[in-house]
Design a binder for this molecule. Sequence first.
Ligand SMILES: *Cc1c(COP(=O)(O)O)cnc(C)c1O
Length: 438
Amino acid sequence: MLHVPKHRIPEREMLAQTAYQIVKDEVMLDGNARFNLATFVTTWMDDEADRLYAATFDKNMIDKDEYPQTAEIEARCVRMLADLWHAPAAADSTGTSTTGSSEGCMLSGLALKRRWQHARRHAGQSTDRPNIVMGANVQVVWEKFANYWEVEPRYVPLEGDVFHLTPDRLLEHVDENTIGVVAVLGSTMDGTYEPVEEICAALDDYEARSGVSVPVHVDAASGGFVAPFVQPDLVWDFRLPRVVSIQSSGHKFGLVYPGVGWVLWRDAEHLPEDLVFHVNYLGGDMPTFALNFSRPGAQVVLQYFQFLRLGLEGFRLVQQSCQDVALHVARTVEALPQFRLISDGRDLPVVTFSMSPDVTRYDVFDVSRKLRESGWLVPAYTMPPNREDLAVLRVVVRNGFSHDMAGRFLRDLQAAVDWLAGLGAPMPREQQPSGFHH
Ligand SMILES: *Cc1c(COP(=O)(O)O)cnc(C)c1O
């Protein structure tokens, strides 16, 4: 029986074949991605993409001199996204690939902070107390941004049955020290879009009254690859002059395996030059704005593959069929008396629902646990302040979750609530996890 090293690097070598078998067996114990309705991240690509991945996994994104063609592919993707998101001069766009949205949020937040500092110093004003304003529903990365870069986070609390940032209570939180407002296109909590256009209009109004111009960053982690195809008339992007930067996850609805995101600025003016590093270790002059130095280039190649493979029409078909499935799931859930529908998938293809008030013997956490028995991973969590009283289940419909699988899921959901309702006594209570950050 082979001993599997867990704490120290083993003294001696082993056959590659043996190491392969050990590690392969270990990762086999991970969940089955197909049944994972919790994640937004891509778990399936064409076989050709897998082959391309295998052929490019050695490419290092930073090494633009050794891999000029990968660098060129990155630039093409940036231009394509600038065009998709209506940047004023798409051919001459400013942006970069990242390891995901999180890095994109850090970079765009830094650019906001630095531009604010420059403007304040120029006007002879203090730069001691920067703040950033956002809904209480933002993804955890914004909390990290505020903490790591020492910017006061100002969360606009949720109110009533709207679970994202709206313009009505926004301005109470904005002042001359606000480096920017984050608007989320596709809230992690329920998949709904924040009204970016109205948020911008409220800030236009604020500027007219106060003379203070507050820029908007759009966190389009999921929506950046959904709205242009499913809601093409929704105005949320660089068409709005107040939107200065947008980031999105290539590895979510950009349909690429984990490890790629994108961040774009409206124009070069909105990315302060003093944040850009010019490095020449590897030969040539290479401007970069990134938190990492070395990182894999294969995912960038795969993003380009997806753009060519699907085209605008293919992306539209994929995202539209996700939405069709989501709407079907929502309609079916809504018809079940045990549940109350919270969001129906008309923005992101995400369906959230809570227990209806007359269900008292079990809750969403019990349903989530019960669904695990049939293999489904469906998270249950409570909403952010001030709606922590509301606990929901969330289903993310991704590429590959077919009508067939949805049918099976809905049958298993029905069976789960039937089983819970049939118990002789209420489910025993335990401490429930309070937050969920996915
Ligand atoms: C997923 C997500 C992020 C973080 O993105 P990663 O690509 O996982 O780093 C940020 N914001 C929102 C709204 C998200 O959904």
